[in-house]
Write a protein of this length. Sequence first.
Length: 244
Amino acid sequence: MTYAIDQSHSSPNHSPRFGALIRCLVLHATVGGAESSLNWLCSPSSRVSSHYVITKTGAIYQLVPDDQAAWHAGVSFWRGMGSEQIQLSSLGIELENANTGHDPYPQAQLDSCALLCRSKIAAYHIARAYVVRHLDIAIPAGRKTDPAGMAWPGFADRLFDLVPVPLPPTRYKVRASVTAGAIIRSSPHVNGRILGRLRAGDAWQGDKAIGDTVALEGFQTGNTWIVDARDGRSVWASLLEEVR
């Protein structure tokens, strides 16, 4: 089964991720019909949004690009992450549902949700512990109940049945020609906070990501960075070479 994403609706309610890596999926319920929910989430006056809305028929609408932070989580906390960090590092998915606990989630809707979630889990290496419901992360506890009535945790567990195990991060070392050292930044951006410096021959590991373009004499200009998925620490790729 494949799915298509409708991008006919666009929400202005989002902000930059500032280099944060996507590491969390949050599922919500719309508490209303698809049309009214799409209109509300795309209204500047609502000040709320999500990345995706999935209707009861299984149609998927993308309202905010993945590389932007949608305003969907509100006051929240999960595994050491506060509200701001959750917003910067999560994708929000709304399911059309009355959220009464008795309104069913049709199979077509669940199938589309599973396909979308699996694709994001694989693309961003999201761990099972970070696939959550809005009710799991909202504070104080009990403030939110969505998506009420969804068969959880069985649904989330099954998302990982067909997801390939992510490859381990590629290992690198700082090129011998890097005499001034390689700066470790908090994100793949030249204005990211400096966290340390590597010397020639020092080890690094991570995955390639696109960030700011750097032009440094003696090295090829490039916008590729090697980002440690565990904490987002980044080193400009041109200063590194792969360890084989």
